[in-house]
Design a protein around this ligand. Structure first.
Ligand code: GTP
Length: 570
C-alpha cells in the first residue's frame, strides 16, 4: 500500500468520553462491520471489558476509506481511559502519527484528557480535538472549546463537534484524519526497523505481535531480531494491512515496563496447580507487558510470583482475566508500593548494593541495618467543579499530600496539582474522589521520584499466627489507624467459626490493634435430622466446595476473597 495514503492514529480520551463508541462508528462507516446494535464496542473483546464496560487493552483495526477518489488505509488503535492503563496509551501513541483527542461536551476536560494530551504532545503527534456527545441535553461544546484553547493552546476552530452515539459529523472525523495527519515516514530502502506495540497469545497461531513499521520491509519466513532481547525469531505469518506478524513458540518477545506501582505476591491455591498457573501467567503477561513478573516463594504459600501492576484496578483485572480466561484460582497477597531502603550496615554494603527496592513486605529490612527508608511520590492532577474544592483539599491533606498549584480552567472548574506519597493514592483514592464529588472530579498522576519516610512493617495475626498475605508496610503515623481498620475489615470478612478468633495487628512483637470474632456453633446437618441421606450428602458436598475457596491460617478458615477485600479502605 502506498505509504503516502496510510494514516496511523489513536483515539485518546478520559474514561467514558466515548472512544469505543466512536471507534465502532468509524468501523461501520468504512464498512469494516455492519451497522447493527449487536456491534456495540466490538473492539472491547475481553470478557472483563464487557462486564466492566471499560477498555483494558488497546486494540487495533484497519479501515479503508475513500476520499476524493483515492483509497486510504487508516490504522486505528483504541486505547483505555483509566489511569491504571496509561501504559497501553503510551505504547499505542508511539506507533502513530496523530491522535483524536475526545472530550465529552458535557463534562469537559478531565484529568486524563490532560495526561493523554501531554503524552501525544510530547511525542510530537498531530492532535485533532473532537468534542463528543453534542446530542446531550446539557452539552456545552462552546465552553469545552474554550477550555481546550485555554489549557492546550489549540484554536477553537480546530475542534470537531460530534455525536458518536448518533453518528453526527463522524464522517468529518475521517476526512480530517486524512487531511490533517501526516503519513508515516518510513522508506522501503532503509534497514528494517519496527516497534512491537502490542502482543498476545493466540491458541492456534502462537505469539502474535502487532508491529508498526518504521523502515524497510518484511516477508513471511524472514528472521527478525528483538533489539531488547537480542534474540531472533522467524515470521510464520504476516497480515500486512493489519500490520500483524506472527511468531510462533516464543514467550518472551516483549520488552518489560519497569514502572510498576503495586506489587502483590501471587500463589496457586493449590501447589499442584503451579505449572498450569505459570503457563497462564506467561500468556497473560505477553498480552500485557506492563505487568512485571518475578519468581517468589514463601513458607506459608509455597512457590509463586511477585507481580508488578500500575494500580489496583489493573491488578484486579489481571486476576479476573486469570480466572476467566485461564480458569486459574490464585491467592493474592497485600500489594506494596516500591519502597527503597538505604542500607547502613557495613556488612551489607560490602555485599554489594547500598540501596534496595523492597518488593516483598515479608523481606522488609530491619531498622538496625537501614540508614533511611524512601517512599515513591507522584504528582497528581485533579480537575473538579469548584464546589468540591474544600472537600478535596481535606482528603488530600488526609493523604499526606502537599498542594503545588491550582488554576481555573473556566468559570467554575479548577485544576489542582498535589504531590502525593504513592502509597496513599494507589489503592482507593480514585474511587474516594469520585464518590465525594458525585463523580465530577477526575484524577491522574505521574511518577515524581522518592522522598525519605518513616515506614514500618505491620503484621496481621489470627489467633497468634501471622497471615503472610496481609503483611504490609505502613507509614509510622498511619500504623494505628491502618491496623485498626484492617482488623475491623477482617472481622467482617471472616465468618464465625466453632471457636473464638483473635484478629490482631502488630508491629514487631507489639500488638497495636485487636478485634474478636465470636465463636458460632454451626451444624449444617441439624436442619435435616430424620435421615434423608441424599440431602445430607448434598449439604456436605456444598460445604466441602465452600471450603475449597478457603485458606487455613492455623485452624482458622479464611475465605479467599477476604484477602483482596480487606485491602480496600472504606
Ligand atoms: P473506556 O473505554 O472505558 O475508557 O470508555 P470509552 O471512552 O470508550 O467510552 P464508551 O465509548 O464506552 O462510552 C461511554 C458511554 O458514553 C457509553 O454509555 C456510551 O453509550 C456513551 N456515549 C458515547 N458517545 C456518546 C454520544 O455521542 N452521545 C451520548 N449521549 N452518549 C454517548
Amino acid at each position: 500500500f502506498p505509504v503516502e495514503r496510510i494514516r496511523n492514529f489513536s483515539i485518546i480520551a478520559h474514561i467514558d468520553h466515548g472512544k469505543s463508541t466512536l471507534a465502532d462508528r468509524l468501523l461501520e462507516l468504512t464498512g469494516a462491520i455492519a451497522t447493527t446494535d449487536k456491534n456495540k464496542q466490538v473492539l472491547d473483546k475481553l470478557q472483563v471489558e464487557r462486564e466492566r464496560g471499560i477498555t483494558v487493552k488497546a486494540q487495533t483495526a484497519s479501515l479503508f476509506y475513500k476520499y476524493q477518489g483515492q483509497t486510504y488505509l487508516l490504522n486505528l488503535i483504541d486505547t483505555p481511559g483509566h489511569v491504571d492503563f496509561s501504559y497501553e496509551v503510551s505504547r499505542s501513541i508511539s506507533a502513530c502519527q496523530g491522535v483524536l483527542l475526545i472530550v465529552d461536551a458535557n463534562q469537559g476536560i478531565q484529568a486524563q484528557t490532560v495526561a493523554n494530551f501531554y503524552l501525544a504532545f510530547e511525542a510530537q503527534l498531530t492532535i485533532i480535538p473532537v468534542i463528543n456527545k453534542i446530542d446531550l441535553k446539557n452539552a456545552d461544546p462552546e465552553r469545552v472549546e474554550k477550555q481546550i484553547e485555554k489549557v492546550f493552546d489549540i484554536p477553537t476552530e480546530e475542534c470537531i463537534r460530534i455525536s458518536a452515539k448518533l453518528g453526527t459529523n463522524v464522517e468529518q472525523v475521517l476526512q480530517e484524519v486524512v487531511k490533517r495527519l501526516p503519513p508515516p515516514t518510513f522508506k522501503k530502502e532503509d534497514p528494517f526497523k519496527a516497534l512491537v506495540f502490542d502482543s498476545n497469545f493466540d491458541h492456534y497461531r502462537g505469539v502474535v505481535a502487532n508491529i508498526a513499521l518504521f523502515g524497510g520491509y518484511l516477508s513471511k519466513g524472514d528472521r527478525i531480531i528483538s533489539a531488547y532481547l537480542g534474540k531472533s525469531y522467524e515470521v510464520n505469518e504476516l497480515v500486512v494491512y493489519k500490520q500483524t506478524l506472527v511468531v510462533a513458540g516464543v514467550t518472551d518477545f516483549y520488552p518489560e515496563c519497569a514502572c510498576w506501582h503495586l506489587s502483590p505476591g501471587m500463589y496457586p491455591m493449590d501447589q499442584s496447580d503451579y505449572s498450569a498457573l505459570r503457563s497462564a501467567v506467561e500468556k497473560l503477561t505477553l498480552n500485557d507487558s506492563s505487568v512485571t513478573v518475578q519468581r517468589d516463594s514463601s513458607l506459608a504459600l509455597g512457590a509463586g510470583w511477585r507481580l508488578g501492576f500500575l494500580g489496583l484496578l489493573h491488578m484486579e483485572v489481571f486476576n479476573q482475566r486469570l480466572e476467566q480466561e485461564y480458569n486459574a484460582s490464585v491467592i493474592v497477597t497485600a500489594p506494596t508500593v516500591p519502597y527503597k531502603a538505604i542500607l547502613s550496615s557495613a556488612k551489607l554494603i560490602k555485599h554489594g548494593k547500598e540501596e534496595i527496592t523492597i518488593v516483598n513486605p515479608a523481606q522488609f529490612p530491619d531498622r538496625s541495618v537501614v540508614k533511611e527508608y524512601l517512599e515513591p511520590m507522584v504528582m497528581g492532577t485533579i480537575i473538579t467543579p469548584d464546589d468540591y474544592i474544600g472537600k478535596i483539599m481535606s482528603i488530600c491533606l488526609n493523604r499526606r499530600a502537599v498542594q503545588k498549584n491550582m488554576v481555573y480552567i473556566d468559570d467554575h472548574r479548577v485544576m489542582m496539582k498535589y504531590l502525593f506519597p504513592l502509597n496513599e493514592i494507589v489503592v482507593d483514592f480514585y474511587d474516594l474522589l469520585k464518590s465525594m464529588s458525585s463523580g465530577y472530579a477526575s484524577f491522574d498522576y505521574e511518577d515524581a521520584g522518592y522522598q525519605p519516610a518513616h515506614v514500618i512493617k505491620m503484621d496481621i495475626l489470627l489467633n497468634g499466627k501471622p497471615v503472610e498475605e496481609l503483611t504490609t508496610i505502613v507509614h509510622k503515623d498511619r500504623a494505628y489507624s491502618a491496623g485498626k481498620a484492617m482488623c475491623e475489615r477482617l472481622q467482617d470478612a471472616i465468618p464465625r467459626q466453632m471457636f473464638e478468633i483473635a484478629v490482631q495487628a502488630a508491629i514487631g512483637s507489639k500488638v497495636i490493634a485487636r478485634e474478636t470474632i465470636k465463636a458460632y456453633k454451626k451444624n449444617v446437618l441439624a436442619k435435616c435430622y430424620g435421615g434423608d441421606i441424599t440431602r445430607k450428602m448434598k449439604l456436605l458436598k456444598k460445604q466441602a466446595e465452600g471450603k475449597k475457596k478457603m485458606r487455613y491460617i492455623g485452624t482458622v478458615q479464611v475465605p479467599k476473597d477476604a484477602f483482596i477485600n480487606v485491602l480496600k479502605r472504606k
